[in-house]
Design a binder for this molecule. Structure first.
Ligand code: NOJ
Length: 690
């Protein structure tokens, strides 16, 4: 009540310009993340024409602007936001890489650490998690998401929201999460960033919406709109999307911010003739805050005065923003996060560096190993390739205020003897891939092979006959079809963050075994994309004996390295899979058992996955869908039976009306070390009434 009374009183004292000012998000100049700068920032803050700022951080810089805000007529404090995507000062693996850990607790701890560092640097709001599902590695922003699978994407979205926001927003280490990009930004045509999206409602509901919805259910306080259109209407002006779906159906109570200049971009989409029209469409659709375009501040006061927009609509948006400022404790303590001593203690602290190393290790995916790995620390190695000595490329795209980064060479040098003369080396470690500018925003590619000059270098080194470990860095799945035929060992290392080189060295030399499992399949070539393991069967599924079935003439249908794939040191034997009963009634559960055996003399860790297929339903269902997983470690010579519960909820799918539905019938449950190499058992669901 105290809050409501305070906010009501504050609102009653605001002019229309001050109200629109609370909805005006402007950029500072400590980073540049879009095409337009915000002019006269301080003046706009002083006059109450700006309610939040991003691209400004550090206790001193945020304090300076907060002082201006506190000297404005109504002394409404500012919120400071920033693109803290995979860490703030300490950088963790790029999100796509970190998702390959399948380790939700670790992912949550990384988000927590990022929140603590951001908050210590004066920030209240991070533009993360990015939960856009994508099946298209041409799109550079796959680096920022968690891959192709909606079920796993939803789990990760929840973990990240909890990690950022914690229990209490006013705590000194909590920040507001911002779920983005709502919606469908991961499906641009041709994989080209900012391009049109055109999608069926079913694909939205089945594949693209679950992570956004999970993040909302986890309590995410803000949502960012996407740049693209949805059914012909830009997301930022789409009332169905923002109001009917997000607020009314999903119960979202926080505030909606647009992406960078997305309100004025509605003119480019051709759905608004002027900035004023765009502002009206956006506010009426449900947008609360305008990022950088300044259409709201320019147009909303006069639109209300002339009666075109109801003042109540403006008030509702303003109240959402003010209420969050209250919850952050900003009205009581506007300078609480401007604490130099805390920033020094928290940012880049040892605990966060250790966490970055742990996360880096878990993000590495072992793609191939004919026995060369792990190397012994006494092996003489040479570390080669254009990315070998680059700390910056180890950090990847979107590094917020992160600096430095341990390169592969630096990390390896700490644990092994590195030969300067490659001819004297016993094993070559070749680090190739994408530099940091080749993935992320505005970094789409039509080729997903290694750059040409890198392949030339690879060929030359292969000719020497030395054993070579290929390490690839990238922000997207790559086409490694040629490399897999040539190299005896391949590690995919994404961009592993601040401690990347050390984490990589840990894996190469067996200080830690690789545990990463791909969350996005690596295609055989770019002609297959977009692709997913969750494909529909179609009417003519591939049959090698039949010409007229679904296939390519030049490559197999499936991925080179499928979703869920990743090797480790040693191989776990996957034995029999069975169910406790062949039938389940409505509301009951079944137990799925899988036998595992470690016949080797070292402990082996594996993430065992289970997938479901609904064989006959009222709508066609994917050939398999991830429904659960467990990470297990078997000691040398250990045999173990693990189990998964199969429940009604696992069988639920959007029916013909797109509402959740569970149907009786026959199902397949599949268990394996990845989405391809599974063992299958069948069961029936039979309602008691039948
Ligand atoms: C544009 C990007 O799409 C978005 O992810 C980011 O948060 C904003 N710019 C702000 O920098």
């Amino acid at each position: 009540m105290e809050r409501d009374a305070f906010l009501k009183d504050l609102l009653s004292r605001m002019t229309l310009e001050e109200k629109a000012g609370q909805l005006n998000l402007l950029t500072g100049t400590m980073d540049a993340t879009g095409m337009k700068d915000s002019a006269d920032l301080e003046e706009k803050i002083r006059t109450g024409h700006c309610g939040a700022v991003f691209n400004v951080f550090t206790p001193a810089a945020t304090r300076a602007l907060q002082e201006v805000a506190m000297a404005s007529r109504l002394a409404v404090p500012l919120i400071f936001g920033y693109d803290v995507i995979h860490g703030h000062r300490t950088i963790f693996p790029i999100p796509l890489g970190l998702s390959c850990s399948w380790n939700l607790a670790l992912i949550q701890r990384c988000a927590q650490a990022a929140a603590a560092e951001a908050a210590a640097d004066g920030l209240h709001w991070v533009y993360s998690p990015m939960v856009d599902i994508s099946q298209d590695p041409r799109w550079g922003r796959v680096a920022e998401g968690s891959g192709e699978d909606p079920w796993l994407g939803a789990e990760i979205a929840r973990a990240m929201v909890h990690g950022y926001q914690g229990e209490n927003l006013a705590a000194p280490d909590a920040v507001l999460a911002c779920v983005k990009h709502f919606a469908l930004y991961g499906a641009p045509q041709g994989g080209r960033d900012y391009h049109t999206v055109d999608m069926s409602r079913r694909a939205m509901v089945e594949t693209y919406f679950p992570p956004y919805q999970a993040a909302i259910e986890a309590g995410a306080r803000t949502v960012m709109t996407s740049f693209n259109e949805i059914d012909g209407i830009p997301a930022s002006g789409n009332r169905w999307l923002l109001t009917e779906l997000l607020r009314e159906q999903w119960g979202f109570r926080g505030w909606i911010v647009t992406d960078y200049t997305a309100v004025s971009e509605m003119k480019n989409h051709g759905t608004a003739g002027s900035d004023a029209e765009a502002a009206q469409q956006a506010l009426e659709a449900g947008v609360d805050m305008d990022m950088v375009s300044e259409c709201f501040i320019a147009a909303l006061p006069s639109l209300v005065k002339s009666g075109v927009i109801a003042e109540a609509l403006l008030d509702a948006a303003v109240l959402r923003v003010l209420a969050t400022k209250w919850d952050l404790g900003l009205f009581q303590a506007p300078f609480a996060r401007c604490d130099e001593a805390r920033a020094r203690a928290v940012n880049g602290c040892e605990a966060h560096r250790d966490l970055a190393r742990e996360a880096g290790r878990e993000a590495v995916v072992l793609l191939k190993n004919d026995g060369l790995l792990p190397l012994s620390q006494s092996t003489k190695v040479a570390v080669l390739g254009p990315l070998a000595a680059s700390g910056r490329d180890m950090l990847g795209c979107w590094i917020a205020a992160g600096v430095g980064g341990i390169s592969a060479l630096e990390g390896i040098r700490e644990v092994a003897e590195v030969t300067e003369d490659w001819q004297a080396a016993e094993v070559l470690i070749l680090v190739l891939g994408e530099d940091w500018e080749m993935h992320g925003e505005a970094a789409s590619r039509t080729s997903i092979r290694l750059p040409k000059e890198q392949r030339k270098l690879a060929r030359e080194l292969l000719e020497t006959g030395k054993p070579i470990v290929l390490v690839t860095l990238s922000g997207r799945p790559l086409d490694l079809s040629w490399e897999v035929q040539k190299f005896p060992a391949m590690l995919h290392a994404w961009a592993l963050g601040s401690e990347g080189g050390r984490a990589l060295a840990d894996v190469i030399f067996g200080i830690a075994a690789p545990v990463g499992k791909l969350t996005m399949g690596f295609p055989r070539n770019v002609g297959q994309v977009p692709m997913t393991y969750r494909e529909k069967p179609g009417g003519r599924p591939f049959d090698a004996t039949q010409k007229y079935t679904s296939k390519y003439l030049d490559v197999e249908n499936d991925a080179l390295f499928p979703f869920g794939y990743g090797l480790t040191y040693g191989t776990l034997q996957h034995g029999t899979v069975w169910l406790d009963r062949p039938r389940m009634a409505a509301g009951e559960s079944l137990t799925l058992f899988a036998e595992l055996e470690n016949e080797q003399e070292i402990p082996i860790t594996e993430t065992v996955q289970w997938y479901l297929r609904d064989l006959v339903a009222t709508v066609s269902r994917p050939v398999k869908e991830l429904r659960g997983y467990q990470r297990v470690t078997l000691q040398a010579q250990e045999r173990r039976v693990i189990s998964f519960k199969i429940q009604d909820a696992d069988l639920s799918f959007p029916g013909r009306d797109l509402q959740p539905r569970i149907e009786d019938g026959e199902f397949e449950a599949m268990v394996g070390p990845n989405s391809r190499d599974v063992q299958v058992v069948r069961f029936w669901r039979v309602s008691l009434e039948n």
